[in-house]
Design a protein around this ligand. Structure first.
Ligand SMILES: [Zn+2]
Length: 224
């Protein structure tokens, strides 16, 4: 896969030499566990799953559903019409299994979930599920299953420890954007509609939530 990557990126219309390492890319997204997804086998999005004519870049390991990719394509068109530039997607939607593996990696490398995640209560619950499974000498895949089912139970009661467990969550790189680009990006989000936008500062990026059908206010302002 590593060998194929430059080819995939060229097909996606970008120069691999200009891309940061995967590690750097992960430090740009919302979820602290992203930095621990090292070795994740999820392939880069194949050209065929992107809408025809799409010019935006999707970093390796990032998954977008086809409807979300279509909306990002529209957004990229609206952005590029204003700036002549194209968007870079640094994070997408993550399923609970992948989230579980990333969080277990955090724990096994000595990281503290309750320090990393804002929702300490949910983080403590994940830690407890892990400890209980390990204490019962479960096999590694059973430990993943235990953490995953805890994440699923949280989601069912509306608790999302990572915003990227929601369908339609997308992070866009903004560190390379000028002030004019950011303004153009906000205008593009309003033009496309049904996308909520949050400007995150730690680490800096635009967090989007692509809404399906219900109309929504186009922009949510950051808390500060
Ligand atoms: Zn995000």
């Amino acid at each position: 896969m590593r060998r194929l990557l430059p080819l995939v990126l060229v097909l996606l219309g970008c120069n691999p030499g200009e891309l940061p390492s995967l590690q750097q890319a992960q430090a740009e997204s919302c979820d602290p566990a992203d930095a621990y997804l090292e070795g994740d086998k999820t392939p880069a999005l194949a050209r065929s799953t992107l809408p025809a004519g799409a010019r935006f870049t999707v970093l390796p390991g990032v998954t977008l559903s086809s409807p979300v990719a279509t909306r990002i394509h529209q957004l990229d068109d609206a952005f590029s019409r204003r700036t002549g530039k194209h968007l870079i997607v640094v994070s997408g939607t993550r399923d609970p299994g992948r989230q579980a593996r990333a969080m277990i990696r955090v724990i096994e490398l000595g990281g503290s979930l309750t320090k990393l995640y804002e929702d300490r209560e949910a983080a403590a619950e994940i830690q407890k599920a892990y400890d209980r499974a390990r204490g019962a000498r479960k096999r590694p895949e059973e430990v993943v299953a235990a953490v995953q089912s805890t994440l699923q139970a949280q989601i069912q009661r509306g608790v999302y420890i990572s915003a990227h467990l929601r369908a339609g969550a997308v992070d866009i790189r903004n560190t390379i954007m000028t002030e004019a680009d950011r303004k153009a990006f906000r205008a593009a989000v309003r033009e496309v509609g049904n996308i909520s936008l949050l400007e995150e500062h730690r680490p800096p990026h635009f967090h989007l939530e692509i809404e399906r059908d219900k109309p929504e206010p186009p922009e949510r302002r950051p808390a500060r």
